[in-house]
Each structure stands twice: as C-alpha cells, then as structure tokens.
Design a protein around this ligand. Structure first.
Ligand code: FES
Length: 176
C-alpha cells in the first residue's frame, strides 16, 4: 500500500470512529445506516423513528436529539411526530428500564425464556411497568449485538449472553 493510500485508510478509520456515538452503543449505528439510506432526508423522519423504536424499544430524548441532528430537523418537530403517533412510545415510566432483544438471533437463543423468567419473578409483562413503578420491561428488534445473543439492555447498558439467572441478577437490585 502506498503511503498516500495508507494515510487515506487511516483517515477513513478515524472518520468512522469520530462518527460513532460517544456512548459506543451500536444501536446508533443502526440509525446511521437508516438515515444514510434515506439520504438524511427530513421526510424520512417516520421511517427513522420506526427503526429507532425497533432498535431501542422506545424513544428517549437522547435518541430523538440524534435523529433531529441527523435529519437536520428542529427537535420540536421530532418530538411532535414521536408523541403524535400511537405507534411510537417515549421512555417508559419505570424508575429503571430493562430492554430484552427479541430479534431473530436473540430469539433463537432463548430471549423468550428470559421474558418468561421476568414475568414469573418480577411480575411484569413486556411493555409494562411493575406495580411499584420500579422497572419497565420493553422489547426491541435487534439491538446490534447479535454476536452476544441473547442480549438485553439494563438502563442503557448492553449486556450479552443472558440467561434467566443472569437477567434476574441484573435487575435484582432495582426490584428490592
Ligand atoms: S437480534 Fe438481538 S442483538 Fe441482534
């Protein structure tokens, strides 16, 4: 490789790294791909929000800000659309949020069993919040960590290779 092309490769790598969301959360990458495919057109807002909800399970402020920037739209417009359509849900009301990925890779590796365990032990169904308001349980479709299936997200922290035991361990403190 010539030094010029080596330099180009390095700068492309740095660019890609720079573009990555500071949290390192791969789900933002899924959003980037969707926005890029739509050529960052503002009229792709609903499609992008739909993808965001699939990846995150719900739309929180951080995600709405990211989408607004990506599509060069005022945040108020993004909020307006996200709250107007019933198919979108904003951050759930529980003090903590557990997102279980139900994408194909996670599903075949037992994500359904994780949900059953949470329903049985934490008395919460998907899309709902425990009666004491301590935890909301949300599902998503592929959170970008398929290699770690089955994966779940605990208050924004992605963790892979979950088992019914580990998932209960991860939410135990929240439920005390
Ligand atoms: S299917 Fe669960 S992370 Fe991709």
């Amino acid at each position: 490789m010539s030094s010029a092309s080596a330099q180009k490769a390095v700068s492309e790598k740095t660019q890609a790294k720079k573009k990555e969301h500071p949290s390192g959360d791969k789900r933002f990458k899924v959003l980037d791909i969707t926005m890029k495919r739509a050529q960052n057109r503002p009229d792709a807002l609903i499609e992008v929000l739909h993808k965001a909800q699939e990846a995150f399970g719900y739309l929180e402020e951080d995600v709405l800000i990211y989408v607004a920037r990506g599509l060069k739209l005022p945040l108020s417009r993004v909020y307006g659309v996200a709250t107007f359509y019933h198919l979108f849900s904003l951050k759930p009301s529980g003090a903590h949020t557990c997102v279980v990925c139900l994408g194909t890779a996670c599903y075949v590796k037992g994500a359904g069993v994780l949900l059953d365990k949470l329903a049985e032990e934490a008395h919460v169904q998907q899309g709902e919040t425990t009666a004491d308001g301590k935890m909301s349980l949300v599902t998503a479709r592929c959170i970008g960590a398929c290699g770690l299936a089955p994966a779940a997200v605990f208050d924004g922290k992605v963790m892979g290779k979950q088992t019914p035991e580990s998932i209960m361990d991860n939410v135990k403190e929240w439920l005390e």
